[in-house]
Design a protein around this ligand. Structure first.
Ligand SMILES: [Zn+2]
Ligand SMILES: [Zn+2]
Length: 161
């Protein structure tokens, strides 16, 4: 999750969380959420795509925090959308592609990012309770352990092959 880096003055102080009926306001308490969760790939691809022109541009775009890419939401809603993302990402690796994220092609990554954006846009229409950071930490552990287990299974399979 990225913290809000908007310098004071860039965002009107009366701005509210983008979720319907959420009363959290003021830019000091909101975070800029990248709908595509592009930052996830920075670490995953750090070695494999280092020096790639496309990867450099991808990072550059993230750092611009373009209004079309981001939405301002509060902490609780930020935790909630990322717990939804974890589920989609875990499912994508296990059911859809069957490969670890580090092996994803650009096409596969872009398709997954498209799914995240779509899920976020749908979620933004609905009133939801949000999630505290402890609950989020717990759900995150569940999905990370699913991904780790899958990775171990694949390693075993490739050793046997
Ligand atoms: Zn986020
Ligand atoms: Zn909110």
């Amino acid at each position: 999750m990225s913290r809000l880096h908007v310098p004071l003055g860039d965002v009107p102080s009366e701005v509210r969380c983008a979720k319907p009926s959420c009363s959290v306001a003021s830019h000091a308490r909101l975070q800029r959420h990248h709908k595509a969760h592009a930052k996830m790939w920075f670490g995953i691809w750090a070695k494999r795509r280092r020096g790639e022109e496309k990867f450099a541009r991808f990072i550059e775009r993230y750092n611009q925090f373009l209004p079309v890419d981001v939405v301002l939401i509060c902490d609780r809603h930020h935790a909630e959308i990322h717990s939804i993302y974890d589920k989609i990402i875990a499912n994508d690796c296990t059911a859809q592609t069957g490969i670890p994220l580090s092996k994803y092609s650009w096409v596969q990554a872009e398709r997954l990012m498209g799914k995240l954006i779509e899920a976020c846009d749908k979620w933004l229409q609905k009133e939801t309770p949000g999630m505290d950071s402890e609950t989020f930490g717990n759900t995150r552990k569940v999905y990370q352990s699913i991904l780790r287990k899958e990775a171990r299974k694949r390693q075993k399979r490739s050793r046997m092959a």
